[in-house]
Design a protein around this ligand. Sequence first.
Ligand SMILES: C[S@@+](CC[C@H](N)C(=O)[O-])C[C@H]1O[C@@H](n2cnc3c(N)ncnc32)[C@H](O)[C@@H]1O
Length: 221
Amino acid sequence: MPDMDTLPSPEALAAQLRRPAGTDAEDVGARMSEANAAVNRRAVALLDVGAGQAVLEIGPGNGAFVPELLAAPGSRYAGVDWSPEMVAAANRRNARAVADGRARFVEGDAAALPFADAAFDRVLSVNTLYFWTEPQRVLAEIARVLRPGGRLCLAYGDRGFMQRLPFAAHGFALYDREDGTALLRAAGFGEVAHHAHAETVRGNAGDLVERDFHLLLARRG
Ligand SMILES: C[S@@+](CC[C@H](N)C(=O)[O-])C[C@H]1O[C@@H](n2cnc3c(N)ncnc32)[C@H](O)[C@@H]1O
């Protein structure tokens, strides 16, 4: 059993997941990338970054999956996260790729992406949709920076599963498969393929918890 005195309140945990900050941020980032490894790896595989392609990740946290996103020769990576602590952690973790000019991490808001039109072949975002107060604005920005024919992979926990997590009651916007698909279609992504990811993990209290995710793979027309 974990020491209950050291667990943050659901509200405090929700704030850290939204935007890791302060002395706890690095630890939060490490826990997120560990807990979310399987769904991130699934998203990376679906995105299928090709040789020489440019990929943008929105909300990479500590950038744990950058090496996998850069597996194709000559590919390049940019990550944008509004937490300065996560940008610093991602830079440290991926120091070699940054020094080689293949990866860069930028502090910024998904609703105003600091990149040129059609700059990317692929865009990825895992577990960030909940925090977008204006999802249509973010998706319009993603469509702007994706080249025509480029692909977006948007991955998020299903509303039903997320509603069972106490922290998700604090400012998370929740979506099921249909809501997420409708958002993408409204943003002009004509082709939207759905992939389900389910996993069973051990929760804080030692119990088994089923986690259901949606991965939407969309093509910019
Ligand atoms: C719950 S963590 C997910 C991290 C990682 N993608 C994963 O799956 O483990 C959400 C991350 O997205 C970032 N984030 C949330 N909303 C954002 C926004 N509007 N613009 C930029 N970054 C954002 C947070 O700072 C945090 O690093």
